[in-house]
Write a protein that binds this ligand. Sequence first.
Ligand code: MG
Length: 541
Amino acid sequence: MADLWYKNAVVYCLDVKTFADGNGDGIGDFEGLAGRLEYLDGLNVDCVWLQPFFPSPMRDNGYDITDYYGIDPRLGTLGDFVEFSRRARERGIRVMIDLVVNHTSIDHPWFQAARSDPASPYRDWYVWSKKKPEDAHQGMVFPGPQQTTWTWDRKARAYYFHRFYEHQAELNITHPAVRREIEKITGFWLQLGVTGFRVDALPFLIEFKGTPQEGLGNPHAYLRELRQHVQALCGDVCLMAEANLRPEEVPDYFGDGDKIHMSFDFWTNQHLFLALARQDATPIRRAAAELPPLPRWCQWNHFLRSHDELDLGRLSDAEREEVFRAFGPEECMRLYGRGIRRRLAPMLGNDRRRIELAHSLMLTLPGTPVLRYGDEIGMGDDLSLPDRESVRTPMQWSAGPNGGFSHAPREQLVLPPIADGEYGYPALNVEAQRRDPQSLLNWLERMIRRRKESSEFGLGCCTWIDTGHRELLAHRCDLDGRTVFAIHNLADRRLRFSLPISDARGVYDVLAEHREEVEEDGHYHVDLEPWGYRWLRRDDG
Ligand code: MG
């Protein structure tokens, strides 16, 4: 099973810049991160996914890269990276990094060469048009701040294509030299100790739009090519896609298990928040039923929040309004008309029961959970910051200056830590929660341990159970003759449920750690408190 490690892993996502500052310049760095490896080890995560740490003018939080083979000098050196990845590996923590090759920064030397000289070999690495295409005002990833997807470049005397901001020029994936370069980039980082890549903006990366091959060939075939390359270099490599897929698109991305390994399940994620808003489990079951089964080697990634807005773009307008009303009632909490730029805890009213319920769902839905730094202590957001920076404030380690993130003067910090109120670092930080056995941090640490003892959730076969209550979600996961059940009450009232277990004499409550007998009628009666949850193991002993 070793080569399926990613199917039963717990992934922790962080941004080096905002995690821990080792050299006191106000910006998180690899030295600081390496000093927090014990913390990540203690949390029992299997893998860290690092957001972009490459040289960048930072017009899009590092998703605008000027050198794929380097480290932003403020974050450290390649030597620091290798030392970090080696020390992580010694602790059994794998490292995944962002692969952002849909576009480069327009400051990248490739684009500078391409725009300056039509005869440059880099000209065809990008997507150009002499005339402004008619659909130039469609398909923006950031509608509002971004007005167009084609921008005139005076030097090149042509329009260049950009799905994202105009400073992020689209690479031409149909060009063999670009594909060859991506092979070099992935090969380089695999050699430096990473085990995989979170592939940024995957549907846009593979599209042929604007290229001479638009409408020709199958863009998804490239995924097989990329997979073969990385798999040849690293047997246990994992490609984790950022792809907000509709159910009918799923087979194109996973193939027969020979394309990507995992993908973030945006589909279920959006329906999960609809379910929480409605106190009705139906949207989660419906979403799960709509997704096609994945090939054996593949997996979904479940998550609650990310570094971006909570994207609700796949819901109907009415459904999205419901989630807005529940979790983003004010205009300043919303973004691009499709999402919510808040952290999890404030969205759920800092209600411990609802925060636990959401995490229990993430940990038990069949897939690999991805935690976002800070959510393990219930960090808040700062809506006074622009755009998505609201959910990117520094990690809150202690009640000390700058929340223990950095010794630098406050005005030097990469982003201000949240300092006031119930989410401020004096009240909410790792150090305080470590001391408190009942804290969210210690609760989640225990939950992760239970999750890792229950590999059925990651590797098993999932069956949904009819509960007779629309507020109750119940499913069982079976693996090698072992079974765990997860039951979640999405309602704010107590509910009673009879779980059918005709094939066992008892159940073991995984979280409360005690055994119960199954009734003679082959049912186990469960009382669920408001927003309650149970993990039960079939027990024949
Ligand atoms: Mg620093």
